[in-house]
Ligand binder design. Structure first.
Ligand code: FES
Ligand code: FES
Length: 176
């Protein structure tokens, strides 16, 4: 009869308690009691930043993307504890209804929004792309949006909107 291995009894696990963390979001400072496993997506939505969308929650769809120090990241893969003190911007933080960001305006004008669920993530990804490539090629846009899924638009209008916004942003820069 095969011997069964004796199993070590699991020892007590150290419990890591929640603590109050401070996040800087869209120029505001928010404080939240946060356990160590809470994602930035959960922390943002709980704090009312519901333009950050909950999609796959495993890094596939990009609906939850936010700018972290200017670079797009999936907030569902980012632990809230790790981004204290960093600069977080959501799609809504880029502009307002009365003073739209060129990307927000171009998405509306080009009809690049249908159901709209992917739109905040796409706008954030596009902003991150344009910061690196102000005059992006087709391939740059394709690569910049490669982490974002849209089930409605077929992407053509999204590409057009990004090209329009890029042109507007370049010409605004020249005027400065
Ligand atoms: S919800 Fe974060 S990538 Fe899909
Ligand atoms: S507009 Fe519906 S998923 Fe993109």
């Amino acid at each position: 009869m095969p011997k069964t291995k004796a199993r070590a009894k699991p020892g007590p696990r150290a419990k890591v308690e929640s603590r109050s963390i401070t996040l800087r979001v869209n120029g505001r400072t928010i404080e939240a009691e946060t356990p160590p496993h809470r994602t930035l997506l959960e922390a943002l939505r709980d704090a009312g930043f519901v333009d950050v969308k909950r999609g796959c929650e495993k890094g596939d769809c990009g609906a939850c993307a936010v700018l972290l120090d200017g670079v797009a990241v999936d907030s569902c893969l980012t632990l809230a504890w790790t981004v204290e003190g960093r600069d977080i911007v959501t799609a809504a933080g880029l502009g307002s209804h009365d003073a739209m960001h060129p990307l927000q305006r171009a998405f509306v004008e080009r009809g690049a929004i249908q159901c709209g669920y992917c739109t905040p993530g796409l706008i954030v990804a596009a902003q991150s792309l344009l910061a690196e490539a102000p005059d992006p090629s087709e391939d740059d846009i394709r690569l910049g949006l490669s982490g974002n899924l849209c089930r409605c638009t077929g992407y053509t209008k999204v590409f057009e909107a990004i090209r329009d916004a890029a042109a507007e942003m370049r010409s605004a820069r020249r005027r400065r």
